[in-house]
Design a protein. Structure first.
Length: 189
């Protein structure tokens, strides 16, 4: 599998937490400046590309397309409908378990693992899938797969289910403070 303990985080402009910390200490700008050709291939028009207020950059993480769906027991089609936030969170959670010398799927023993997670809006569904799975009422399976694979409310429970966690599984949605609130909740349990 491509999942390993060096995957304990994915950050724009940094392959791991150590590189991310280095970027913070050195005030490195981690934005990726987008080429006009790429923007056009994604459907951006001249009105946006040439707008005086448009800044052609994004904060992108590497290898988001390298998700090993078979490793996690997820079908290729379902994985293609999943928001990359969900895929990366699952990979990172598994890597954290490896780093803690814990084995998911029945290997946790009496260890209770809880998940407190946050995700952004389902932009992948809107911008990359054009909402298509939700628009096809004749294929309820795709509607279901698109919903659980993109909606922020499923990220914690999905990871708990796939990795056989028995602790609390909660989504924490408090905008930019979600990680701080999630950490505060987990330390109180």
């Amino acid at each position: 599998s491509d999942v390993c303990s060096s995957d304990l985080g994915k950050f724009p402009g940094a392959v791991d937490a150590e590189a991310f910390w280095h970027n913070l200490k050195t005030a490195t700008v981690s934005a990726t400046f987008l080429l006009e050709e790429l923007m056009r291939s994604k459907g951006l028009g001249d009105d946006l590309i040439n707008h005086k207020d448009f800044v052609p950059c994004a904060y992108m993480i590497q290898d988001v397309d390298k998700f090993d769906h078979q490793f996690f027991g997820i079908g290729r089609h379902e994985a293609s409908l999943m928001d990359p936030q969900h895929r990366v969170f699952l990979e990172t959670t598994y890597a954290a378990l490896e780093n803690a010398a814990l084995a998911p799927k029945g290997g946790l023993g009496d260890t209770v693992v809880g998940v407190f997670a946050a995700a952004g809006i389902d932009g992948y569904l809107v911008h990359h899938l054009d909402g298509l799975p939700l628009k096809n009422a004749l294929d309820p399976q795709d509607v279901f797969l698109a919903e659980i694979g993109n909606e922020k409310d499923y990220i914690a429970t999905r990871v708990s289910y796939l990795l056989d966690f028995t602790g609390p599984s909660m989504n924490v949605n408090s905008a930019c403070s979600s990680a701080l609130v999630a950490d505060r909740k987990s330390t109180r349990l």
